[in-house]
Design a protein around this ligand. Structure first.
Ligand SMILES: [Zn+2]
Length: 248
């Protein structure tokens, strides 16, 4: 490729595009001049009979997560394909959430939740990736009679996310850094824990816990609207950064 070095990036992209069309075959790669267009699945937590946190007053977590996901989708939609696992107040089983992302062959899935007072603030967030050490143990060190052995009975979908754990962990770290850099959050924690909505996701996937639901003291509509906008802008930027780091 050394002979292309003197050519400007724009000309190189045009050149590659022309070659791709002239060859009338499936291009092996897209011109590097375009930012990656990804398929992103946002999964608003809870829904239907499951209100999540805050069901006794104010904004329930299921409403918060849906409103936030819709705002993020609005910000990312111009450049990426963004799909939501639910767009209304319906119940969804954990496996069905991952199934949406698998069906779409998405590049990244993000479940969206809120934390619950008193162990949070409006300026804290956490990013989780699925980690089940019983499923991660290599067979050669599995001990007969332990939980690892019985996991052979686990349905195949329950082990799908483990294959992507390394990339999901990387996504979590990237999102954490971007969210902290945004200035919207003071601190963002990263945890690896077993996550039912993600264990069947056959793609990089994380769960975000953003903000703080207070069952007895919900903010007024205007405060809530600004807060959601701030969260959505920070998360959309963080997702852009994370998607750019995905393997092409
Ligand atoms: Zn939740």
């Amino acid at each position: 490729m050394a002979s292309f070095m003197p050519i400007s990036n724009f000309r190189f992209c045009v050149f590659v595009t022309l070659i791709a069309f002239v060859s009338l075959s499936e291009p092996l790669f897209l011109p590097a001049c375009h930012a990656r267009t990804a398929t992103i699945v946002l999964d608003p937590g809870h829904g239907g009979n499951d209100s999540g946190a805050g069901r006794n007053g104010g904004l329930a977590e299921k409403q918060f997560s849906l409103a936030l996901a819709q705002k993020i989708a609005g910000l990312l939609g111009a450049r990426h394909r963004v799909e939501l696992t639910r767009t209304s107040d319906i119940s969804l089983a954990p496996a069905d959430r991952a199934a949406v992302a698998n069906h779409l062959r998405a590049d990244l899935m993000i479940s969206i939740h809120a934390a619950v007072a008193p162990y949070c603030s409006d300026r804290t967030a956490a990013v989780y990736f699925h980690d089940d050490e019983r499923l991660s143990l290599p067979p050669e060190i599995a001990i007969p009679g332990t939980a690892t052995e019985s996991d052979a009975d686990q349905p195949a979908w329950a082990r799908l996310q483990i294959r992507h754990q390394h990339q999901s962990r990387y996504m979590a770290a990237t999102l954490k850094q971007s969210l902290e850099d945004s200035g919207t959050f003071d601190s963002v924690a990263v945890y690896g824990v077993p996550l039912a909505p993600l264990m069947g996701a056959d793609l990089p996937a994380v769960l975000m816990e953003v903000g703080c639901i207070r069952p007895t003291a919900a903010p007024g509509p205007s405060t809530r609207g600004k807060q959601l906008n701030d969260y959505a802008e920070s998360i959309a930027k963080a997702i852009e950064t994370a998607v750019a780091g995905l393997a092409r």
